[in-house]
Design a protein around this ligand. Structure first.
Ligand SMILES: Nc1ncnc2c1ncn2[C@@H]1O[C@H](COP(=O)(O)OP(=O)(O)OP(=O)(O)O)[C@@H](O)[C@H]1O
Ligand SMILES: Cc1cn([C@H]2C[C@H](O)[C@@H](COP(=O)(O)O)O2)c(=O)[nH]c1=O
Length: 733
């Protein structure tokens, strides 16, 4: 029944559908999505249809107004035909989505477009047959109403079909393309085309027959664009057709059951709930700004022009958000981006409420637009990519209807509330600011929007435990943070850090002995070299005969750490042991970052990836002057390994890097002077640890669990050294 590879609207041929991320940007990404034939056709025809819609929207209003002489009649006719476009959503909206999920989406699109062709085309024809102005306007209103009602069925069918035409990894770029075309390019082209047509006819002095007036031509164009869409979808995009097995099964149920199931799905799926809530919140914030804009512009004392300027800037922000947003945030989780964008838009609404100068208001308006644009793009991309095909039509129907209702309500309510309130001028030195109900409204709406954004973020967050701002910053710079691996962490993780010969091993042993005496399950470990794999890495990395390149060195330490954490640290913490490690992540930051001067943020990312985000509960930093520490190392009489024999400046950099890390996170660190007697140091450590241990409910030492991992025996190291043909000079502990 369907062409090969097409399974009834759930998947496209394997050539065009993939699941892995595609690392394309800008023009290359755009080209890659336009190379997908069915999508390219749909995009072209949607652009034409969108042009028709916009020109039709303008022309219908002008056409209806032109039937009257009085300005009151013209105003009512213009506003009436446009307002009527919003009404059907309230009436038919709730069941429109069921059509899209129940019936073949291709036929649904074709039939609804043919009907729109007939109804939109009939508007100018009724005037041509000599009907009275009242009848012409009445029919324009009725036809618009019916056309919009039909559109409510067409949109969910189209929205639900699009994700089946493109690979998941390219949904975002295809969305950008359609949104920019629909809301950026085609409305401008439509307005330009209509005014150019009108001006051209006026200037040429030619008297055209009634049926060929610019507005009539625009109305024909609107109708013809629908016919073109119907024909292209029917003959050229057969991939949209068919039904998945799940949709076929669902179609056996009654329409009412399907309608109820749609709502149940939205209510019980946190992602969808968060998305719907967030999209409504963003539109409510936008609606409040629109409703309050006129009075707000007046309160700035900037005159009528400021109102239009603010509007223009909001749209500019919208275009920036949609066009550039993904390039700015790069690999940030789209779920997080969605919540953050709503917070940005709402925070900017609050900022608008506090703005006392036009320049501030323009910045606020730009950010409102950018936040809303990004939220819209992220929201639709997530809906496209993550909502099941079987229920997609209903979800999109709820979104589009909800959006219209929320927007309408917010604009009306804002206009009403603004009209109710009074205002007072307050002098702030050089500036004076009008404190009015408009500003209060903007502040309250912004605060509610922020709450909505945060709630949506919480419901949908797919990187729980990863700090939000660090994640955002990392993504902007090109290194998103990985989510911390989830595991039950019953134990306590203590790490000893410091330069060479600081006394770490001494203190690790002392602490472990004290904890064991206390009856605790203790695991003593170290980096590098706590596992068999680690022992080989240790031999490699400390070998003096051949130095790995700095990046290779960083990777070797990271590899040791990844294996160490996965096989020793996490299992021990999971069973409730106290894990005491001689060195951990900070050593990489200090030695490879500061010492080798590799970018610390890259080393940090690498370590976070290697450890799955596992952080110690306490880092004891034994701070030592490198010359003191290295003297102690020499006194052991075992020679120096490759890192120990680095320059004095290298060790100085390492020392200050450790101190900087501790200063940046004092709660997690205990910094001790390593020149103090060993007893004093261990007493300070035990004291600091007491609180942590009391809170952690660690496990007592079990008889059957080894207290320490199987640290490779020294002969193992020697064997490795032999294997690699090197003489092992690493310090023996
Ligand atoms: N507080 C201290 N005062 C003086 N000497 C100490 C002190 N702590 C440890 N030492 C001695 O310093 C030497 C190095 O100690 P230790 O091996 O514990 O340091 P480390 O930091 O683990 O060294 P490495 O960096 O080589 O791993 C040992 O001989 C040890 O006995
Ligand atoms: C974990 C880790 C260690 N190093 C360096 C630091 C030391 O010079 C050696 C380890 O030997 P020690 O017996 O523990 O002193 O390796 C490093 O450069 N990067 C790291 O991540």
């Amino acid at each position: 029944m369907h062409p090969a590879g097409i399974t009834g609207g759930t998947a496209i041929d394997t050539e065009t559908r993939d699941s892995g991320p595609v690392d394309l940007s800008g023009i290359a990404a755009l080209r890659s999505v336009l190379r997908i034939r069915p999508f390219r056709r749909l995009w072209l025809v949607l652009s034409l249809a969108s042009f028709g819609d916009w020109i039709g929207l303008l022309a219908t209003g002008i056409f209806a107004a032109a039937q009257f002489q009085s300005s009151a009649g013209q105003g009512a006719a213009f506003g009436g035909t446009i307002a009527v476009r919003l009404l059907p959503a309230l009436l038919l909206g709730p069941i429109a989505g069921v059509f899209a999920d129940r019936f073949d989406r291709r036929y649904t699109m074709v039939i609804t477009d043919l009907l729109r062709f007939v109804f939109y085309g009939s508007i100018p024809i009724v005037a041509l047959v000599g009907a009275s102005p009242g009848v012409v306007v009445a029919w324009a209103t009725i036809a618009t109403f019916i056309g919009e009602t039909i559109t409510l069925i067409w949109i969910p069918a189209k929205e639900a079909a699009v994700p089946n035409l493109i690979p998941k990894s390219r949904i975002e770029i295809s969305n950008q393309l359609t949104l920019v075309t629909t809301y950026g390019i085609t409305p401008i082209l439509a307005a330009l085309a209509l005014s150019a047509l009108t001006a051209g006819v006026q200037q040429s002095g030619v008297t055209l027959p009634d049926w060929a007036q610019p507005v009539e031509i625009a109305l024909y164009l609107n109708a013809i664009s629908r016919l073109a869409t119907a024909l292209t979808v029917f003959f050229g995009i057969k991939e949209i057709g068919g039904k998945s097995a799940e949709r076929q099964r669902e179609a056996q149920q009654s329409m009412f059951r399907q309608f109820l199931d749609g709502w149940k799905y939205i209510g019980s799926t946190p992602l969808v709930r968060g998305l719907v809530l967030g999209i409504f919140g963003a539109f409510a914030a936008g609606g409040v700004v629109i409703g309050a804009a006129k009075t707000f512009a007046t309160s700035l004392g900037a005159g009528e022009a400021a109102f239009y300027l603010l509007f223009g800037v909001i749209f500019m922000g919208l275009a920036i958000g949609i066009g550039l947003g993904p390039m700015i945030i790069r690999d940030l989780s789209r779920r997080r981006w969605f919540g953050m964008s709503i917070v940005l838009a709402s925070g900017s609404v609050m900022f608008l409420g506090a703005a006392f100068h036009l320049s501030m208001a323009l910045v606020g308006a730009l950010l409102v637009g950018a936040g809303a644009g990004m939220a819209f793009l992220a929201g639709t991309t997530l809906l496209y990519g993550e909502v099941d095909d079987a229920v997609r039509g209903r979800v999109f129907a709820v979104v589009q209807i909800g959006v219209r209702m929320v927007l309408l309500l917010a604009i009306t309510l804002a206009g009403f509330l603004v009209g109710l309130g009074s205002s007072r001028r307050i002098d702030l030195g050089a500036f004076s600011v009008q404190v009015s109900s408009t500003r209060v409204l903007l502040l309250v709406a912004g605060a509610i929007g922020i709450w909505v954004g945060i709630s949506a973020f919480r419901q949908m967050d797919d990187k729980r435990g990863v700090p939000v701002l660090a994640d955002l910053w990392g993504s902007i710079r090109g290194r998103p943070l990985a989510p911390a691996e989830q595991f039950v962490r019953a134990g306590v993780f203590v790490v000893f850090e410091g330069g060479e010969g600081a006394g770490k091993s001494t203190q690790v042993e002392r602490l472990a002995a004290a904890l064991r005496a206390d009856g605790r399950d203790v695991v003593v470990t170290r980096e590098p070299g706590a596992t068999d794999v680690g022992a080989r890495i240790r031999a490699l990395v400390l070998d003096k005969t051949e130095s790995p390149a700095p990046r290779a060195e960083a990777l070797l330490y990271a590899a040791d750490r990844a294996h160490h954490v996965a096989t020793v640290v996490r299992p021990a913490l999971a069973r409730g042991a106290v894990v005491v490690s001689d060195r951990y992540v900070d050593s990489s930051l200090a030695y490879q970052g500061a010492g080798r001067t590799l970018p610390v943020s890259e080393i940090s990312w690498l370590s976070a990836w290697a450890t799955g985000g596992l952080k110690p509960d306490l880092v004891v930093l034994l701070d030592v002057d490198p010359s003191v520490g290295l003297r102690r190392v020499d006194a052991r009489g075992q020679g120096q390994d490759r890192l120990e024999s680095e320059s004095r400046q290298f060790h100085e950099r390492v020392r200050y890097a450790f101190l900087d890390l501790a200063a940046a996170d004092p709660k997690r660190y205990l910094v001790l002077d390593a020149a103090r007697p060993a007893d004093e140091i261990s007493a300070a450590v035990t004291e600091r640890l007491a609180g942590l241990l009391a809170a952690a409910h660690t496990a007592p030492a079990p008889d059957d669990v080894p207290a320490t991992p199987d640290l490779p025996e020294e002969p193992g190291l020697e064997e490795m050294a032999e294997l690699f043909g090197v003489e092992d000079e690493s310090p023996r502990k």
